[in-house]
Structures are given as structure tokens and as C-alpha cells.
Design a binder for this molecule. Structure first.
Ligand code: ADP
Length: 762
């Protein structure tokens, strides 16, 4: 097949490239047009076609086809589509062209589509960063946004990457996708470094960059300071002098400056080859990178603007936003966070973390986030003492360094997942961080001097308040995010999730739409959650699927309807509908509060001949087992007159989906109903669910988590719900949409439960 040699060009498969006719020798253009299919193969040196030999060619290339030939004012441009990667062999040099044999050699797909997508996103971010200060950046940006695959991105950016022909070839010849991506990322990061060095901009670096590109960062820092001081010429400062300058310029407290100078003296004594030089250097680097005085300057607080920003970021959540605004307003008047810390509690995907970002935007502050999940060691909050090998600052101070200012909004995620084990108590360390009486002088063990955290605006998130130690919880004001109704989800999808998904896949708005019915069906049938994470994933999936189709079928608008969902998203997620419709004596439907929001659960009871035993299975906790015993006693009491012989039977109660442990008193009424239904041999009314604790006197006592439970009931297709009378007040909190879809009956006694669920008077 015909070979077209290219020099120093990054060429990859499955992209469209525009080629000026001059790029290919004229003779080739003629041949290409005739043959349409050909091989593009990189060469090692920039040589005239006629003097090329086999040695000049790399052994990989790509198969390509001419898509169309555009002639404009006597000038010819080719649109070429590249196909598979190939390994070439047996080059033969004819009079006016070169030929070769080839075999297809695809890269190994060793990372998932998700990861590839993530990588593409990162790649775009880097690319946008590269072009952000160049003239016409906006146009370039819109190009970048449209990149749909890494290969496309890499090919277009290829010309800019700081790579030599050998390295470009290595990207083409990579064995696997992950290898190819690593090489690309290397190239792009290098480009960023060069850009920064050239412009002298001091970049705020991500953690990852900080470690692997530390030397570059230090060099940049040197340059930056030198420029700023404008006193000395390039290269005159040695590292120690530089550190001394950095200490002087950092604006530290007196104590911190003393400690740093002490470390500097030791560093000088150690010398470059000394044991501790590295550790001391890291310490001083850390201390001088912290913002001791710098606050992010805000242009005065404007409540209207803050409200607009919050509204733009999140749909609904009016109460949450109102409370957030109050807190921000107070904060801006007082200049520091006073009183309690906001704690957002709710299931995953209800907007807790992103609200933190929203607060930062509304306040015009920087945003940093720390996840506390699984932290067991106090040192992770408060740092290790420097005498400890491999000592590091704690997460709080590390986040402060990342923020680069002393007044960021800091989100502490998953405070309920803090555990205290062998090494100290992380919760009490956190208490110190959050306490305005103490946090103006927070001492990280690594730093060994106090740092003022009082300007930081802290926000915490948790799935539940259960796991949070009491003293910590006392410092916080709990704000519940109980989940979204179907129409809220619809609006969130329309306004936020779908536009984001479209942009991230690189599609254009005009290329895809999801009709109303389809979107409602995705919410009702393909997600089962309080929040919107699953919904986001489904929308991402649809966009990715559309992107692939667009590539295969050419540019056109895709309209997603309900009929397409099965093909793209597969089977509907499990529905309880069928189970709810079945009428079986001895089964009742309960409502449970879970960390993921709410859910419905079925309680089954069976009776056999026996000797008065009660068996309970399904991973129930002690409290639920006790409820079962109370329920049984109440049922026995109801049968007292009939003198039923309970000693001659065994009762078995089971709560399916045994893998999830269940506990809590709120299944009391459900247990009672299941048993009563069993002995009556009468099924419970259709699509009816209930929640409530029971006492031995037969009262129905109030429960927690009502909003989550009612929403779960509605999602699952329940129509009637019995709730404890004592929870009636909570109904105010429930969205009207949910109340409209459910018949909610408050009950105070088990006799009412029996009447409503079984139509029986006791
Ligand atoms: P959580 O921290 O509660 O698990 P996130 O804050 O990570 O949830 O939210 C998950 C995703 O859903 C984010 O992309 C977020 O922007 C989006 N989201 C959640 N709630 C809303 C809302 N009310 N309006 C717009 N987007 C939302």
C-alpha cells in the first residue's frame, strides 16, 4: 500500500486531520486521490522523499483514507481520516512513490472508558491552561471543548508539545492506552513548565505536580523571588540564601520565624550532603509556602450577588441556601466564623460537597476540601512531630498550603467517618480546629508553632449524625438535605447535570437532546436514590453513547426518547413494584432510613408447628429484634380471648436482602402488621407501607428520617403510608409534590394500624 512519510508530527488513529496539499509531495497527492487508502508513517529525519531509505522509517504508522478534497481558490486541502494503527514491513521504493506491507496492531485497552474520559478531561484542563493567556484564547478554548477523544486532542495539540520525533513516535507505538496517556501527559506537563518559566507566572500547583515537579517549582520560585526583589542577578543566590529570603518575605508570626530560622541554621550545619538536609528543606519549604498574612481579597460582600451565585450553582435547596446566606452575612460582618459550623447531612449526591464550592463562590473565597473518611490517627489531622521519620504536616495545614491564602472555605467531608483507634483521638484534634476559642492558635505538630485558622470558613458534611462524637456535633448546626423529589431531579438534570455531561463529552448542545418523557423515565426507572449521582452517571452514559454514534454516523442531531433508553442504559434498575402488588398474608412493607437516603423493606413471617420458639433472620440488630418480640407479644395479646395455643407453634420472621444489616425501632409497626396478617391469614392492603416504633401498651411512637422515608416510598411506588401521630408536625418539611402522590395516614395506636392496613378492628 502507498506510504506517505511525515516528519515530527504526532499521528494517531481514529482522528480527522486537515492536510494542506504541500505537506504531501505533489506526486503523492495525485496518488492519494486515486487510491483513497494509504499509510501514514513517521520518519526519523526531515528528508526529501527521493533520498529516503528503509532505515529512515519507524515501523509503526496509521492507515488513512481521504474523506474529501477541498479546492478553494486554486488551493487544495485534504480531509483525511486515520484508521487503525499498523506495523509496516517490506518497504519498496518505486519511481514516484513508496509502498509497504502492513498488519493492524491495535493498542491494548487496559483502562476503562470512565478512566479514559477522566483523562480526556484532565488533558483538556491542561490544554486550556496552556492557552489561557494567548490572544484568541476563547476561540482556542471552544476548539478544546469539542475534543471528543484523547487521540483527537493529542493530534491537534501535537504540534505544540515539547517532544522530539522519537518521543512522538513512542506515543504512536505505545503498547497500551495507559502507556500512551502517560507519555502524553509527560509532554503536556513539560509544556506547562516551559510556559510558566517563560511567563514567570507562579502557578498554584496540584498536589501531584508538587511532588513530581518539585525541582521545577523550586526553580520557578527562585526566579519569581529574584524578579520581585529586583536586587540580584540570575544565579547569585544559593539555596540557603534563598530560604532565608523566603522566610523574611513570608510574613510569619514571630514564633514561626524564630522556628524557621532555627531550622535554617541546622540546615546550614548539615550541608547538602547531610542526613537531615532534605527533611529540613521540606520543612522550610512548607513554612514559607503557607499564607501567613495573605487573604484572598474580596470586593466587599454583596448579599444579592451571593444569593445569585448560590442560585446559579444549585437548583432548589431554598432552606439550605437561606441558612447559608445568613451564615455568610454574619461572617462577613464579623470578619470571622463565629458560633456554630454548618454541617450538611444527607445521602450521597444531595449536593453537600458542591454546596461548599457554592459558598466559596458566593463569598469570593478560595475553596479547599479534605476528606476525613477513614482517618484514625490524630496525626493525620495534627501532623507528625518532626523527630518522626517521614514526618508530614496534618491534612488541615496541608490544605491551607494548597489554598495559598489564610481565608479559604474549607469543606471537611465525611465527618461521620472519623474513627478513633490506637493513636490519639482525631475528633478532639478536629474540635480544636473548629473551635473559635482555640483555632486562632492551632499548632500542627509538624510545624511546632501556632497558626491562625480563625479566618477560615469551615463547612462539614456527613451522611448521618450517628457516627459523630457528641462534643464535635455540639459545635455544629445540622442542616438536612433529605434528597430530591422527581421534579426537582428533573430540573437539576435539565439545568445542571445534562449541560455538564454534554460539555464533558465534548458534544455540542445542538447535537443531542433528551425529550421530557425520556428524562422523566430515566429518573423514575433508571435511578433509585435520594440524590442525583446515579442520575448524573446515566446522563453521562447517554452522552457518551451519543458521541460514539456521532462519530460512526456523522454529524446530526440525536434525540433521545423513551424507546432508546433500554438500548443505551440496559435493564431498568430493580423495582419493588411487583413485590408491592403481590398480596400475601404474613408480609408487610416497612420504610427504613439508610445512609443512602431511604428505602423500603419487606418483613416476612411464617408459622410452623413447634414449641413456641421465635426465630429472627436477616441480619437484624438488637433493637429490631426487641421490636419483633414486642410485636409478637402484642399479637398474642390480641388473640387472648380466642385462647390460641402459641406454645405449639414456631414463628419465623425474616427481612430479606440480608447482606445489609438493619436496625432501629421504626420497624415496630411493620413487624406487628406482618404477624397479625399472618395469623389472620389476610394480606395487607396493596401498595401500603408504614413506619413507627411500638410500645408494649400498643402505642405508635414517633420516628426519625421521615422525609427520606416518604421519598423512598414514593420512589418505590407505594401509595399509602402510615406514620406515627407524633410525626405529624414533620409533614410541614415534606415537599408538596410528595404529599400529593401519597395518602399519608397518621396513627397513634396499633388498633389504628390494624384498621388501616388489614381492615380489622381490635
Ligand atoms: P454529595 O456531596 O452530597 O455526595 P455532591 O455535592 O458531590 O453530593 O453532588 C453530586 C453532583 O450533583 C454534583 O455534580 C452536584 O453539582 C450535583 N448536584 C447536587 N445537587 C444539586 C442541585 N440542587 N443543583 C444542581 N446540581 C446539583
Amino acid at each position: 500500500m502507498l506510504v506517505v512519510p511525515v516528519y515530527d508530527t504526532l499521528i494517531l488513529s481514529d482522528v480527522r486531520i486537515h492536510v494542506d496539499e504541500e505537506v504531501f509531495a505533489l506526486a503523492e497527492v495525485k496518488n492519494i486521490k486515486e487510491e483513497t487508502s494509504f499509510l501514514i508513517v513517521p520518519i526519523r529525519e526531515n528528508k526529501d522523499q527521493n533520498s529516503l531509505t528503509s532505515e529512515d522509517f519507524y515501523d509503526f504508522g496509521v492507515l488513512a483514507e481521504v474523506a474529501d478534497v477541498i479546492k478553494l481558490e486554486g488551493h487544495t486541502t485534504l480531509n483525511v481520516d486515520t484508521k487503525e494503527r499498523v506495523r509496516i514491513s517490506n518497504l519498496s521504493f518505486e519511481k514516484d512513490h513508496i509502498e509497504a506491507e502492513y498488519e493492524v496492531s491495535n493498542v491494548i485497552e487496559d483502562i476503562t472508558k470512565e478512566e479514559q474520559k477522566f483523562f480526556l478531561k484532565r488533558f483538556k484542563e491542561y490544554a486550556q491552561d496552556i492557552f489561557k493567556d494567548v490572544p484568541g484564547g476563547a476561540i482556542v478554548n471552544s476548539y478544546i471543548r469539542r475534543w471528543r477523544t484523547i487521540n483527537e486532542a493529542a493530534t491537534q495539540l501535537g504540534g505544540y508539545l515539547a517532544l522530539d520525533p522519537e518521543e512522538r513516535f513512542a506515543i504512536l507505538a505505545a503498547k497500551s492506552i495507559s502507556e500512551r496517556y502517560t507519555l502524553l501527559l509527560g509532554g503536556i506537563k513539560e509544556l506547562l513548565e516551559i510556559r510558566d518559566i517563560n511567563t514567570g507566572i507562579r502557578e498554584k500547583m496540584t498536589e501531584e505536580q508538587q511532588t513530581s515537579y518539585k525541582t521545577a517549582a523550586i526553580r520557578r520560585q527562585i526566579r519569581y523571588l529574584e524578579e520581585e526583589l529586583n536586587e540580584l542577578e540570575n544565579g547569585e543566590l544559593d539555596e540557603e540564601q534563598l530560604l532565608a529570603l523566603r522566610i523574611k518575605k513570608a510574613g510569619m508570626t514571630e514564633e514561626a520565624e524564630k522556628e524557621s530560622n532555627r531550622a535554617l541554621r541546622r540546615l546550614k550545619m548539615e550541608g547538602m550532603t547531610g542526613h537531615e538536609y532534605g527533611a529540613l528543606y521540606d520543612y522550610l519549604d512548607f513554612m514559607t509556602s503557607l499564607a501567613w498574612k495573605d487573604s484572598k481579597k474580596t470586593t466587599g460582600f454583596n448579599i444579592k450577588r451571593a444569593r445569585r451565585t448560590l442560585d446559579r450553582g444549585h437548583y432548589g435547596l431554598d432552606k439550605v441556601k437561606k441558612r447559608v446566606l445568613e451564615q455568610i452575612a454574619v461572617n462577613s460582618i464579623k470578619g470571622k466564623q463565629d458560633g456554630s459550623i454548618l454541617l450538611f447531612v444527607g445521602a450521597p449526591g444531595t449536593g453537600k460537597t458542591s454546596m461548599g464550592q457554592g459558598i466559596a463562590d458566593a463569598m469570593g473565597r478560595k475553596y479547599v476540601r479534605i476528606s476525613l473518611g477513614g482517618i484514625r490517627d490524630e496525626a493525620e489531622i495534627r501532623g507528625h512531630r518532626r523527630t518522626y521519620v517521614g514526618a508530614m504536616p496534618g491534612r488541615i495545614m496541608e490544605a491551607m498550603r494548597r489554598a495559598g491564602v489564610n481565608n479559604p472555605v474549607m469543606v471537611l467531608d465525611e465527618v461521620d467517618k472519623l474513627t478513633s483507634e490506637a493513636h490519639g483521638d482525631p475528633a478532639s484534634a478536629l474540635l480544636e480546629v473548629l473551635d473559635p476559642e482555640q483555632n486562632f492558635a492551632f499548632t500542627d505538630h509538624y510545624m511546632n508553632v501556632p497558626y491562625d485558622l480563625s479566618k477560615v470558613f469551615f463547612v462539614c458534611t456527613a451522611n448521618t449524625t450517628d457516627g459523630i462524637p457528641k462534643p464535635l456535633l455540639d459545635r455544629m448546626e445540622v442542616i438536612n438535605l433529605s434528597g430530591y423529589t422527581p421534579s426537582e431531579k428533573y430540573q437539576i438534570a435539565r439545568r445542571h447535570l445534562l449541560p455538564k455531561a454534554i460539555e464533558q463529552t465534548g458534544l455540542k448542545k445542538e447535537q443531542i437532546s433528551i425529550d421530557t418523557k425520556a428524562l422523566r423515565a430515566i429518573i423514575a426507572d433508571y435511578t433509585m436514590e435520594a440524590g442525583v449521582r446515579g442520575l448524573r452517571r446515566q446522563l453521562d452514559k447517554i452522552c457518551r453513547d451519543t458521541a460514539v454514534k456521532l462519530l460512526e454516523e456523522g454529524d446530526h442531531k440525536t434525540v433521545i426518547t423513551q424507546e432508546n433508553l433500554r438500548e443505551i442504559l440496559g435493564k431498568k434498575v430493580a423495582h419493588h413494584d411487583e413485590a408491592l402488588k403481590k398480596l400475601v398474608a404474613g408480609v408487610a412493607t416497612g420504610l427504613a432510613w439508610t445512609q443512602a437516603g431511604g428505602d423500603i423493606l419487606f418483613i416476612e413471617a411464617v408459622v410452623t408447628k413447634g414449641s413456641g420458639k421465635l426465630q429472627i433472620t436477616g441480619q437484624l440488630g438488637d433493637v429490631m429484634k426487641e421490636s419483633a418480640e414486642i410485636a409478637y407479644t402484642l399479637v398474642k395479646a390480641a388473640y387472648q380471648k380466642e385462647k390460641k395455643d402459641f406454645d405449639k407453634i414456631d414463628l419465623h420472621i425474616h427481612v430479606p436482602e440480608g447482606a445489609t444489616p438493619k436496625d432501629g425501632p421504626s420497624a415496630g409497626v411493620t413487624l406487628f402488621t406482618a404477624l397479625f396478617s399472618l395469623f389472620l391469614k389476610k394480606p395487607v392492603k396493596r401498595k401500603l407501607a408504614m413506619t413507627g416504633e411500638i410500645s408494649l401498651r400498643g402505642e405508635v411512637l414517633p420516628i426519625g428520617g421521615l422525609p427520606e422515608k416518604l421519598m423512598a416510598a414514593q420512589r418505590a411506588g407505594v401509595k399509602t403510608v402510615l406514620i406515627p401521630k407524633g410525626n405529624e408536625e414533620d409533614l410541614e418539611e415534606i415537599p408538596d409534590e410528595i404529599k400529593k402522590k401519597l395518602t399519608i395516614i397518621p396513627v397513634g395506636q396499633i388498633s389504628e394500624v390494624a384498621r388501616e392496613s388489614l381492615g380489622i378492628e381490635i
